[in-house]
Design a protein around this ligand. Structure first.
Ligand code: SF4
Length: 214
């Protein structure tokens, strides 16, 4: 598995055309850090150009790595269900990750998620910037601390600032909330129910902000 910072960056692989189709094609061959070495494939963002909402997660998981699509596993299903509950149409959301390759360690036949290092998030950021430039969303939603810190800087604290509209260099309107996988990992049903209510409240704030920005 990767052991240290790469000297390369995704910037070396960004194509001249910044259309989503061209970016997606070029990202398949990205060697901007070492994470491509063990993952099955690049998992680029999914959704339409000019979608008003732009969701950023951490990285693809085991199922996403195999499918080549972001948020197709349990966390993605929870995200889509909650979006529908707060009245956000799935077609209004472009969904991607801060890091485009799955990072894991093998335990027997299982592949266990490992959080990307800060230098890996930084290496992959040019893809995120290019996707933002192509989609030009009205509102960006960071799912989890890794995405929030990629968008808002390493000093950003998620817990006290979740659900609040903030401005950043990379996008004028950003709201951060938890990653839905953290709700699935809750220690018991009561904790899961409370985390789900808080997540739904954050996405209601997203729906409200989107209406104001429309
Ligand atoms: S994680 Fe990002 S920067 Fe690293 S190889 Fe994959 S696409 Fe390139």
């Amino acid at each position: 598995m990767p052991t240290g910072p790469s000297t390369a960056s995704a910037a070396d692989f960004i194509p001249a055309s910044h259309s989503l189709a061209a970016l997606r094609r070029a990202a398949r061959n990205c060697h901007g850090c070492d994470l491509y070495l063990h993952a099955t494939q690049t998992v680029f963002g999914a959704g339409r150009a000019h979608a008003p909402l732009f969701f950023v997660g951490e990285q693809p998981g085991d199922q996403e790595d195999r499918a080549g699509e972001p948020f197709v596993g349990p966390a993605g299903r929870l995200l889509r269900t909650t979006l529908q509950e707060v009245g956000i149409a799935p077609d209004d959301a472009y969904i991607t990750n801060a890091v485009k390759h799955f990072k894991f360690i093998e335990r027997g036949k299982r592949r266990i998620h490992q959080a990307p290092k800060r230098y890996e998030v930084k290496s992959c950021r040019p893809w995120l910037e290019a996707e933002l430039g192509a989609v030009k969303p009205k509102l960006v939603v960071a799912l989890g601390a890794t995405a929030a810190q990629s968008l808002l800087g390493p000093a950003f604290k998620l817990t006290p600032n979740r659900g609040k509209l903030v401005a950043a260099d990379i996008a004028p309107h950003v709201i951060a909330t938890v990653h839905p996988s953290s709700i699935l990992r809750a220690i018991d049903d009561d904790m899961r129910r409370r985390q789900l209510l808080a997540f739904r409240a954050d996405l209601m704030a997203v729906a409200g902000a989107l209406k104001e920005l429309a």
